[in-house]
Design a protein around this ligand. Structure first.
Ligand code: CP3
Length: 334
């Protein structure tokens, strides 16, 4: 929490995106008994996997176990996590008429299981471990809604954006209104920090980001409950950092494609940063892991406002002992 506010800290805090996931035996054991969506909708199990990851790894923050796509169901999107394929959306938004049939998130209570998981996690966590709530950023959610799943070239997304600006902005505004309610309900339930994941925004040019994304992300961040730090994360964003900064956030997430010192300088040292180890370094030998970790800490120069993280989520095959070693290396310092 102090690092989010750029206050001095005794050591660099660390947590890892996707820290509760398939690379961990404990998670796989829970998942054997339920589907992924059932797990997300079961507060006791979601709290269990959230807390287990924190205790196993010794990290300095918890992130609530959920998924950025859960909010799509109450908006009228039919979501499935197909085995081995990732998310599949059965009724993608491709035309203006599809935008018209989207539902407004009337009552954030439709996602009650997330808030209940937050309450249970908060009471199970040690008091000094902050709990991070999260959502997908408007663009990344819009990309899933239009593509119907993951994508390489974002053809459907950009086609709607270029050909029908009115429909695009209406969809982004509807998503944004829903996210504001959702994040603030997470905060009311006990989330102390919130993160926006704009995982796929790096497919856009800076001009397109400014016109089609920035106003919407900005409105979400501006409307988060005052006093709660916001982490604004994206990948492939080396050419978008100044614009992401303009959209807002107390902490900006950096991926490994940009040097941490250069990224921070461009953002300005009056904002905190999070990052930015390449997740694949966790597959390398221990001395490489140490060396790469040191390089990032050296680039931060002990300046207040650095939260150590990966540049993107942990990969499913990552050896858990390397993740534990990473946390120890950071806490021990150099
Ligand atoms: O970080 C955490 O520990 C909290 C849990 C979390 C999950 N998803 C659990 C999950 C978080 C923060 C997310 C965010 C999320 N979900 C993002 C943004 C982060 C990123 O990596 O860019 C995205 C793009 C999604 C959408 C999503 N969910 C995809 C593309 C997939 C399938 C691909 C994959 O990795 O399997 C998921 C499924 C998912 N979300 C799993 C987990 C643990 C795996 C599901 C399983 O158990 O089979």
């Amino acid at each position: 929490m102090r690092a989010c506010r750029r206050e001095p800290v005794p050591y660099t805090p660390v947590w890892l995106m996707r820290q509760a996931g398939r690379y961990m035996r404990e998670y796989r054991e829970v998942r054997e008994k339920t589907t992924f969506l059932e797990l997300c909708k079961n507060p006791a199990l979601a709290a269990e996997v959230t807390v287990t990851a924190v205790e196993r790894l010794g990290v300095d923050a918890a992130i609530i176990f959920a998924d950025i796509l859960l909010i799509l169901e109450p908006l009228g999107i039919e979501l499935e996590f197909a085995k081995g394929e990732g998310p599949v959306i059965h009724n993608p938004v491709r035309r203006p008429a599809d935008v018209d049939r989207l539902r407004e998130l009337q009552d954030p209570g439709e996602l009650h299981f997330v808030y209940e998981a937050i309450r249970q996690t908060r009471s199970a966590l040690k008091p000094d471990i902050p709990l991070i709530g999260f959502c997908g950023a408007p663009f990344t959610l819009a990309s899933y809604m239009t593509e119907g799943g993951g994508s390489k070239n974002y053809v459907h997304t950009k086609q709607l954006m270029y050909d029908d600006k009115g429909a695009w902005h209406a969809m982004m505004a509807l998503i944004s209104r829903a996210l504001i309610k959702y994040l603030n309900a997470q905060i009311e339930a006990g989330a102390q920090v919130v993160q926006l994941f704009d995982s796929w925004v790096g497919c856009l040019s800076p001009d397109d980001y400014r016109e089609f994304v920035l106003p919407h992300t900005k409105s979400v961040i501006e409307n988060v409950t005052p006093g709660v730090p916001v982490i604004h994360f994206g990948t492939g964003t080396a050419t978008l950092l100044e614009l992401m900064r303009e959209a807002g956030g107390d902490v900006i997430g950096l991926d490994w494609r940009v040097r941490l010192d250069e990224g921070w300088r461009r953002l300005g040292h009056d904002v905190a940063v999070m990052g930015n180890l390449d997740p694949v370094v966790l597959f390398a030998k221990r001395d490489v892991l140490r060396e790469r970790t040191k390089q990032i800490l050296d680039q931060a120069e002990g300046r207040p406002g650095h939260i150590f993280n990966l540049g993107h989520g942990i990969l499913p095959e990552t050896p858990v002992e390397n993740v534990i070693a990473l946390v120890e290396i950071i806490h021990d310092g150099f």
